[in-house]
Design a protein around this ligand. Structure first.
Ligand SMILES: Cc1ncc(C[n+]2csc(CCOP(=O)(O)OP(=O)(O)O)c2C)c(N)n1
Length: 323
């Protein structure tokens, strides 16, 4: 990676981290109800977002994300204010109209399917878009990610089975973000293996495990796995070992915990290598903090959903409308 790309990644990582800090503060300050998000996954999630083939329809990548994918969305070009809107559950939330938790995105024009709170179901759903892409040809792929604990669900096994059928292999990049926890269950008490991606080996699926706290390792692994899935039209399973820097969610307090911090490490590396000065780094943090403070003021002035719309987008609402 050249220095310009590294600096771009650093800026997005800072923006993503500041956004998550702001979301946690919103919950503590009464501007939201529940936080769950991705601080500690930025070194992997930002490169992922920059490498996505973004657009609508099967020629582009379909994205089945988890609630910790905020940095990927930002790297794809999402506006941070929209995440604040979802946190405050305003009518202006473009993802769900104020109807779901923060970091539960959905964007049709970028093939971002709705994030669900029920863990791992995305692994089953991803088979559908990958089937379409297999049929259509082209270079669009399906990318699905989820956590280490969720990989124990049948949905993950379903994904391995359906993506590897001989002669009907699917173009899916299957990601497992291993933060070593499922709420309060330690990964080592759940899994006999430390590399969950190795389960894909039993299905003849290529797989790899990387240090997801390392930007360069993440970039290289994602680029090469994507290249394989795009052109061979076969699945690849990649595990990224990451941190969970503020615990599981606001349900466990949301306080900072003592784990490796990919952003601290990356920023220190850029400073040591003379690619970034301490002053410029501080200015980048402050720029994003100030922008988010201003965004929050805007969002505080926006309306909540009209109670009359409560049945919109529900099966009940469809019945009422006779459709
Ligand atoms: C099907 C289902 N079972 C249980 C839960 C409760 N739950 C929410 S998050 C979570 C932990 C998931 O851990 P992991 O898959 O490792 O992802 P992480 O949150 O650590 O990123 C659980 C058990 C749920 N949301 N959905």
């Amino acid at each position: 990676m050249d220095a310009a790309l590294e600096l771009r990644i650093h800026g997005l990582m800072v923006q993503a981290r500041v956004l998550e800090d702001q979301l946690i503060a919103m919950v503590h300050g009464g501007d939201g109800y529940f936080w769950i998000g991705g601080p500690g996954e930025e070194a992997f999630n930002v490169p992922l977002g920059l490498l996505v083939q973004k657009g609508e329809g099967p020629s582009f990548d379909y994205l089945h994300f988890s609630y910790r994918s905020s940095a990927t969305l930002l790297a794809m070009g999402a506006a941070p204010i929209d995440t604040l809107r979802q946190m405050r559950a305003t009518a202006t939330d473009p993802y769900t109209g104020g109807r779901n938790f923060a970091n539960h995105y959905a964007r049709r024009e970028w093939n971002v399917l709705p994030v669900t709170s029920a863990v791992a179901v995305q692994y089953s759903q991803s088979i559908g878009t990958a089937h379409v892409q297999k049929r259509e040809g082209g270079t669009g792929i399906t990318i699905v990610n989820g956590g280490d604990a969720g990989a124990a669900e049948g949905d993950f096994a379903t994904c391995l089975v359906w993506s590897s059928r001989p002669g009907a292999e699917l173009p899916i990049l299957i990601l497992v973000m291993n933060n070593h926890w499922g709420i309060s269950t330690e990964s080592r008490t759940q899994w006999p293996m430390t590399d969950i991606s190795s389960r894909a080996g039993a299905f003849g699926i290529r797989h790899a495990r990387i240090d997801g706290n390392d930007v360069a390792a993440s970039w290289a692994a994602i680029e090469s796995a994507m290249d394989y899935v795009r052109h061979e039209r076969r699945p690849f399973c990649l595990q990224a070992d990451v941190s969970r820097l503020h615990g599981h969610s606001s349900s466990t307090g949301g306080a900072l915990v003592d784990e490796r911090d990919c952003l601290k490490e990356f920023e220190a590396k850029l400073i040591t290598e003379g690619k970034l000065s301490r002053e410029d780094a501080a200015a980048i943090w402050e720029k994003h903090r100030a922008a988010l403070r201003a965004d929050l003021e805007i969002v505080r002035g926006e309306p909540l959903p009209d109670p009359a719309t409560i049945h919109d987008y529900t099966f009940w609402g469809r019945k009422e409308q006779g459709t």
